[in-house]
Write a protein that binds this ligand. Structure first.
Ligand code: UDP
Length: 505
């Protein structure tokens, strides 16, 4: 590349600041992106809250899965305004408000410090959840890249929804929770109030080129039943300022979401730079350096346990970093897994951050003894290492975007257990569009029952339909790998982004 050549000659390395929202599902893709920029010889600073840095360090202590992710990357910290001992998982609304208030001051000081040190910032890549960062970038005249951590389909849905509801939002936020987003027969959007007859209007019919979506396939924050209007505001507010960004980057890849990317008719087209997983997993056989993820919880090294299992025999069960299940739901899953007869590795996060011991308290009595040897229950694991292990046959997932993309990129079929946010939309794509999994149905009491779980495990593990899902998953894996090949779509998008940053530095 000509620009990289110029860069080497002038020895002037543009400085990119990468700033994720302080949560595991946001840190992972942005840290991976920071690593990609580093490999293009840019100076990169990764911004984390003091608490996140402390947790990463603690999680790496002792004999847990220590990793090499932090060897090359420079982390600078900002304050999130909370005392060190406060449980941030339980205070997420407070966390976002205080981060905005204190984090913005702290972040401004950081930029000033860089300027004073002669490390002028050429670009800020910010997590779109941090909607206060653009103001600071503007103040210092720093070009901005908006980084979207969910799918392009979800971006498109929110983007169009935001465009249509912007006026309503400025007038009366609460109205939004009583509106359902739907399509008229002419293909345009219209609003439906709750009192309207929804019977014939429950589908968004292929608008903007997206596949047909039922209202329950939409992100939960814009479903009429959404109980969190403030979350809806948080999500949609991101689109108020998207026009200030010079670049829109997304953790997906062109081959996976071509029509979804095309469906976004904004001035700045999103550039897909994913799947943002460590390159060693995308490079094919015998990945050397796979233990390259940072964790906010200490990851149990379960690789020796997996090694004892046969090829494609284990069900991996995990619901990401936020979701905490009810005791009743845990029981149903436990019985479903046990009834299936298959081996399983199950991540149950402790409900209290400090008590890793309490993960088994909600399991049925005698469950651990009965499944001893066949099942392993851990509070956190190195998910990428687990998913890439040959013993893993199936992933029961909450369909967080990272988990979805990781499973797809490693060719592992899924059982979809979506709960909220973008998860219903991801589940729809997993089952009906990419055809790499089955969605678990809920009973009238809202739970996924043991019979349903047992039935779908058997279907994926033992039938031709299951074999078809596995075949499709491997096909997507190949495309994910290609996107990072020399002339792959994501690779090219990263290269053009780097080139533009260099040219504008
Ligand atoms: N993860 C992990 N170990 C676990 C569970 C999850 O490393 O035991 C990682 C997983 O690989 C993914 C992230 O945590 O990168 C979770 O992100 P996702 O978007 O799937 O869900 P969220 O936590 O945001 O709901």
């Amino acid at each position: 590349m000509e620009s990289l050549g110029k860069l080497e000659k002038s020895n002037k390395r543009p400085h990119v600041v990468v700033f994720p929202y302080p949560a595991q599902g946001h840190i992972n893709p942005l840290m991976e992106f920071a690593n990609r920029l580093l490999s293009h010889n840019l100076m990169v600073t990764f911004v984390a809250t003091e608490k996140v840095k402390e947790r990463i360090a603690q999680a790496q202590d002792g004999d847990s899965c220590a990793n090499s992710a932090l060897e090359n990357i420079r982390i600078e910290t900002i304050s999130d305004g909370l005392t060190p001992d406060l449980d941030r998982e339980k205070n997420s609304a407070m966390k976002a408000d205080l981060l905005k208030k204190f984090g913005s001051v702290s972040f401004e000081h950081l930029i000033e410090r860089f300027n004073a040190q002669g490390k002028r910032v050429s670009c800020i890549v910010y997590d779109s959840f941090l909607d206060w960062v653009p103001q600071i970038a503007k103040k210092f005249a720093i070009p901005l890249a908006f980084f979207w951590t969910q799918s392009c389909a979800v971006y498109s849905i929110y983007y169009h929804y935001h465009k249509r509801t912007g006026l309503l939002y400025s007038q009366q936020l609460i109205i939004v929770s009583t509106i359902i987003f739907s399509a008229s027969s002419t293909g345009g959007l219209r609003y439906l109030k709750e009192e309207d007859d929804l019977e014939n209007e429950m589908y968004v019919k292929g608008i903007f080129g997206l596949p047909q979506l039922c209202s329950s396939d939409l992100p939960s924050f814009i479903q009429s039943s959404n109980p969190y209007p403030s979350a809806t505001k948080l999500v949609l507010d991101q689109f108020d300022i998207v026009s200030q960004a010079k670049w829109i980057l997304g953790n997906s890849f062109k081959e996976l979401e071509e029509t979804e990317i095309k469906s976004i008719d904004s001035l700045v087209q999103p550039r897909t730079v994913g799947p943002l997983i460590p390159p060693s997993y995308l490079e094919g056989s015998n990945p050397k350096d796979t233990n390259v993820r940072v964790h906010l919880w200490r990851a149990t090294n379960c690789m020796n346990w997996l090694k004892m299992k046969g090829e494609s025999t284990v069900i991996y069960v995990s619901f990401g970093s936020f979701l905490v299940l009810s005791k009743e739901q845990i029981h149903e899953i436990a019985f479903g897994l046990n009834d299936s007869g298959y081996s399983f590795l199950w991540v149950i996060r402790p409900s209290d951050d400090k008590e890793a011991n309490n993960i088994t308290q909600d399991l049925p009595e005698g469950f651990l003894e009965e499944t001893n040897g066949k099942g392993l229950v851990v509070p956190w694991c190195p998910q990428m290492m687990v998913l890439s292990h040959s013993s893993i046959a199936l992933f029961m997932t909450h369909c967080g975007w990272n988990s979805t993309l990781e499973s797809l990129s490693l060719g592992v079929p899924m059982l979809a257990f979506p709960e909220w946010s973008d998860q219903p939309t991801n589940a729809k794509y997993i089952e009906d569009h990419w055809k790499i999994g089955r969605r678990l149905s809920r009973r009238d009491d809202g739970l996924v029952g043991r019979e349903e779980l047992n039935k779908l495990i058997k279907e994926v593990m033992e039938t031709n339909q299951g074999a078809e899902l596995r075949k499709n998953a491997l096909w997507w894996k190949t495309l994910a790998m290609k996107s990072f090949g020399k002339s792959g779509s994501s690779n090219k998008n990263i290269e053009s982004f780097v080139e533009e940053v260099i040219n504008s530095a």
